[in-house]
Design a protein around this ligand. Structure first.
Ligand code: ADP
Ligand code: MG
Length: 694
């Protein structure tokens, strides 16, 4: 068997390959581009493109593509072959520097939120040399940004890169005050991807899963996740084979897949790679999601990444572990004596300030139709943003606010009560699994993002809001004559002003909702409530000041998100009505006629026989039939009403307040029938069946 170390990264045009294959001078220029963001000239690009093409062809590639992330949230690619026909009837394989650094896909078929109306339809893709090119299915994929003819970002990567620049710049200003001049300051992300695997044959029977990614019907299974036996349980052999193949393919792509395990819900799993620089981490996550979906089919499985594939059990989240690093040193590492670590406290304070000031924007960044099913239910954090710091950091923050001395309890050792077990040092941050934004030792874990999303949005917002808080610090302290004293005074003020965002308790507790309201924290429960945060004057000012999004870009993204929300629910509504009429109503009628037939047959033989049980059943079926039919009619009326609303925010609200409840009514009626209709008559696989396969 091949050793992992031999094939790890074998499909990536990474730093090592560049060093091996590029002339020294070219490699040097390219490295400077990658490290310092210096522009790349065409001459250098030509040399790089040639080396890349030779490398790709050796590995069996025939095509190349500019791989980009339009606002749909998924990735896009258009394959061009390297073929360049010659007059003699043969073909050369060519790939120029221009083809490497710039592409021109037609932008008109991608959502632009109105940008298209104002600007030319043409769009450009531009190479992001900080994320390595790779080979996927015989295609050389070049990670690119996607912008309009006039330079407006039409994708998720461009603003993310801009936000990384912004936080790098502001963090350097702060570090300079500590006498440090790092070359590169960047944020890092390690996403934990949750997903379900179900059997392909079940999936094929469910139009709802096929078209919407989630089940729109389904009574609770007799057994859910209450036995808590699935989490970290032994992995099914089929699933294990899937995971092995996935790991192998990810490792070839240089994606450091690390931890895999069963999750809380039946048939749910998780994969976490080791963290990378943010843009590379987002690219890797998107590739990983794509591979998961593709490779599942090799094992007769389907991978579901939707935020809520099944009601009543956990859905899929994607914890976004986030930190800032300066030349590889983690700036959120408190060290052993955090109270004495002024630099750490300054960065910590900046994050606290940022999250409190822009809680609405952060909440907005994870809003989607799918995620609305998670946030606020008892599995994911609520829609209210708060920060968990853990006991030690909370005590430190308290001491700074109260200007009282802080005495650390020191590292606590734990005695496990048995001499054969080692004693170990207790982690200072215990795990609060209910917090939406938790400090976990040397990073923050933002837990609100959904399983299906592109993490660019959340990280673009996180980077920008922390850049702002760092800029505020630098603005205040750059002129200080007594830096240490002034920095402490500044922190005391900021922490006092923003302490309301810190909450170490149970976020699932009802009492927290009231307490949060008392503290004045936002509780934006749904996507239509959260999205307007994108374009508040404060948000627009923030994005413009840090060069992350122009006003028009922010507005267009807001429009795209609103439309996307409405379209998703519209599709769900149509599928609900269609399945009700085409699947469930006929099944109930069929079963009713069997029951009616049984009553008639019995009566024919023995007129006095008691058929009350069947009659009861028939009455229930009949009334269910009526409720479903009426529900489907109401739903179609609600869909028509919502579709007629012109204003996009009002339309989204109509989908939330009219269409979703109408869908739920149909579902409730159908789910009631599922329990009483004979198994052989039920037209789709049920939760019991789908979730507990062998
Ligand atoms: P958990 O206990 O939540 O599983 P882990 O320590 O295993 O926490 O890390 C979870 C994720 O956090 C992994 O993807 C890991 O690489 C990532 N991570 C660790 N350190 C950092 C960091 N400095 N920046 C970003 N992500 C990080
Ligand atoms: Mg985690």
């Amino acid at each position: 068997m091949a050793k992992i170390s031999d094939y790890y990264g074998s499909l990536v045009f990474n730093d090592q390959v560049m060093q091996d294959r590029l002339p020294k001078a070219t490699y040097k220029v390219l490295s400077e581009t990658v490290k310092d963001g210096k522009p790349l000239n065409l001459e250098v690009a030509n040399v790089v493109a040639h080396a890349m093409k030779e490398w790709a062809i050796e590995l069996g590639a025939t095509h190349y593509t500019h791989w980009f992330q339009p606002l749909t949230g998924i990735t896009s690619e258009k394959h061009d072959s390297f073929i360049n026909p010659q007059p003699n009837g043969r073909a050369l394989l060519s790939f120029s520097g221009k083809e490497l650094i710039q592409g021109e896909p037609d932008a008109s078929s991608f959502p632009s939120g109105g940008l298209r109306a104002t600007f030319e339809a043409r769009g450009y893709t531009a190479w992001d040399p900080t994320s390595f090119a790779f080979i996927k299915d015989e295609v050389l994929c070049i990670p690119t940004a996607f912008v309009s003819y006039t330079g407006e970002a039409l994708d998720k990567k461009t603003p993310l890169l801009r936000s990384m620049d912004a936080i790098g710049r502001e963090a350097k200003r702060v570090l300079a005050l500590f006498g440090k001049q790092p070359v590169q300051v960047s944020t890092t992300v390690g996403p934990e991807q949750e997903y379900f695997l179900i059997k392909e044959e079940d999936y094929q029977e469910r139009l709802d899963l096929i078209l919407t990614g989630r089940t729109l019907f389904g009574a609770d299974p007799c057994k859910g996740q209450e036995l808590e036996e699935h989490y970290f349980g032994a992995i099914r052999p089929t699933v294990n084979r899937f995971m092995q193949e996935l790991d192998d393919e990810l490792w070839k792509l240089g994606i450091p897949a690390k931890t895999k395990h069963n999750e809380v819900a039946p048939s749910q799993h998780e994969l976490a790679p080791i963290f990378l620089t943010t843009n590379a981490a987002v690219d890797a996550n998107l590739l990983m999601m794509e591979l998961m979906r593709k490779l599942a089919s090799h094992h007769g499985l389907v991978c579901l990444q939707h935020e809520k594939p099944f009601e009543g059990i956990n859905g899929n989240g994607k914890h976004n572990n986030w930190s800032i690093s300066a030349d590889g040193v983690n700036l959120l590492d408190p060290g052993t004596t955090p109270f004495e670590n002024l630099q750490f406290l300054v960065f910590l304070t900046a994050v606290i300030k940022a999250v409190d000031e822009y809680q609405g924007l952060l909440r907005m960044s994870v809003a989607s139709a799918g995620n609305d099913h998670r946030l606020g239910a008892n599995e994911a954090p609520p829609a209210i943003i708060s920060i968990f710091l853990g006991d030690e950091l909370e005590a430190i923050v308290r001491a700074i606010i109260d200007a009282t001395p802080y005495a650390s309890d020191g590292a606590k050792t734990m005695d496990l009560g048995s001499p054969v077990l080692p004693t170990f040092i207790k982690d200072n941050t215990d795990r609060n699994r209910t917090s939406p934004f938790a400090f976990t030792g040397n990073k923050f874990e933002f837990r609100m993002s959904g399983g299906e999303v592109n993490l660019s949005d959340a990280n673009m917002v996180l980077n920008t809001i922390v850049a702002k808080a760092l800029a505020d610090f630098a603005d205040t302290l750059e002129e200080s004559a007594d830096f240490e004293t002034d920095a402490k005074a500044y922190m005391k003020q900021v922490l006092t002003d923003h302490q309301r965002i810190i909450f170490n308790g149970n976020n699932y507790d009802e009492a927290w909702i009231a307490e949060a309201a008392r503290r004045g924290l936002l509780n934006l429960k749904s996507t239509p409530e959260a999205l307007p945060q994108y374009i508040t004057p404060e948000s627009v000012e923030l994005f413009e000041r840090f060069g992350v999004l122009s006003k028009i870009e922010a507005e267009s993204r807001y429009e795209v998100k609103l439309e996307h929300y409405s379209k998703k629910i519209n599709i769900e509504g149509l599928v609900t009505a269609r399945m009700a009429r085409a699947r469930f109503i006929p099944a109930i009628i069929e079963y009713s006629s069997v029951v009616a037939g049984s009553i008639a047959a019995k009566k024919a033989v023995a007129p006095d026989i008691d058929t009350s049980a069947e009659e009861d059943l028939l009455t229930k079926l009949n009334s269910g039939l009526a409720t479903i039919t009426k529900g489907a009619d109401d739903l179609q009326a609600a869909l028509a009403d919502a579709a007629a609303v012109e204003d996009s925010l009002k339309a989204a609200r109509a989908y939330l307040t009219k269409v979703l409840p109408a869908m739920n009514a149909v579902r409730a009626a159908v789910d009631e029938m599922e329990i009483i209709v004979g198994h052989d008559y039920w037209p789709v696989p049920t939760y019991n069946h789908i979730l507990f396969y062998t």
